[in-house]
Design a protein around this ligand. Structure first.
Ligand code: NDP
Length: 312
């Protein structure tokens, strides 16, 4: 265990964690950011962000999140590669296990975000990296001239499908309902793209072919007719939403039925000194700008908390 007791440790280096780090660093709190499983968070695997204020021509997601990190580092934020494996929030200083180290901190900001959801198909995990993917920007390039499938009916699915048409000869969006959750503009963009086809009321029951170590097709079921058939494809991209990365706090902090951390006044958890920001506690907005906003709020609350309890 390290003897130093940190003012604040921030879990996660996405838009929220980096913004919290920027504010905490500028308040001279010398924050330590634990980068987490996916450094840079969801923005690091997206393309053009068109709705972050201040960028009239848009900005690439990885560039945006890297810029915020640089801004935080400029004011003294420290970044460490690694992820949390255990946490003891029963008393202050809180104890956090990161790799072989146990860190101590007066306050904690959980900005660990959310990760892509998988379908849970019998052979899905075995084919990840062999044609099953949750990241079109990472893996789309490998399917130049091939036919691929995207699952989902939200903005992620529309964005992934549209992006994949840069490489693939055809993209089929498979969605379990007839209605789409996606915003009108993104749905329209996909609908008018000549390379994109839609299959609705349809679910995937399995993915082939583990023995060939590549995706060769899907087993599909039409939910209205119950007809089952095989659908040839070279890749299966998932765009079916995310699960919050809050498992390490089970039993210590309150979460809703899907695992999102419960907060009051935006960023307060039930443990004094522990704050949550960004997608780990936001099932409603899940935007880069709202994640940045709550990251800022969490850092401001940390500052107040430390002033009050530790007279900084
Ligand atoms: P959503 O929750 O909006 O959509 C998930 C989709 O996946 C739904 O259509 C859902 O179906 C489907 N789905 C979920 N689970 C399964 C399953 N087990 N089997 C089959 N289908 C399933 O998530 P998104 O990731 O699309 O979007 C999240 C948020 O991020 C939204 O607020 C969105 O607007 C935003 N976003 C914005 C972007 C942008 O502006 N550039 C880009 C991407 C996301 P059903 O509808 O039946 O529930």
């Amino acid at each position: 265990m390290t003897d130093t007791i940190r003012n604040v440790v921030i879990l996660g280096s996405g838009c929220s964690g980096n913004t919290a780090a920027l504010y905490a660093a500028r308040a001279n709190l010398k924050p330590l950011v634990i980068e987490g499983h996916e450094p840079g968070g969801q923005l690091s695997i997206t393309t053009l962000v068109e709705n972050f204020p201040g960028f009239p021509d848009g900005i690439q997601g990885p560039e945006l999140v890297e810029n915020i990190k640089k801004q935080a580092q400029k004011f003294g934020a420290e970044y460490r590669v690694g992820h949390l494996t255990a946490a003891d929030l029963s008393q202050r200083p809180f104890k956090l296990t990161v790799g072989k180290d146990t860190l101590q901190t007066h306050t904690l900001i959980i900005a660990s975000g959310a990760s892509a959801r998988w379908l849970g198909l019998p052979h899905e995990q075995a084919l990840i990296g062999h044609g099953v993917s949750s990241c079109a920007t990472c893996d789309g390039f490998f399917f130049s001239g091939k036919e691929v499938v995207v699952i989902g009916g939200g903005d992620t699915a529309m964005e992934e499908a549209t992006f994949l048409t840069r490489f693939a000869s055809k993209v089929t969006i498979i969605h379990r309902r007839e209605e789409f959750r996606a915003s009108a503009i993104m749905l329209e963009r996909a609908r008018t793209n000549p390379k994109i086809a839609f299959l609705t009321d349809t679910v995937v029951e399995d993915v082939y072919d583990v023995s060939a170590k590549e995706v060769t097709g899907l087993k599909l079921r039409n939910l209205k007719t119950d007809v089952v058939w095989d659908f040839p494809t070279s890749a299966l991209f998932l765009g079916i939403g995310h699960v919050p990365n809050a498992g390490a706090f089970a039993g210590q902090l309150d979460a809703d039925m899907d695992g999102y951390l419960k907060t009051t006044d935006y960023v307060f958890t039930k443990v004094p000194g522990v704050f949550a920001s960004g997608d780990v506690s936001d099932r409603r907005y899940r935007q880069a700008i709202t994640a940045a906003g709550t990251g800022c709020m969490a850092a401001l609350e940390v500052e107040k908390f430390l002033e009050h309890h530790h007279r900084l």
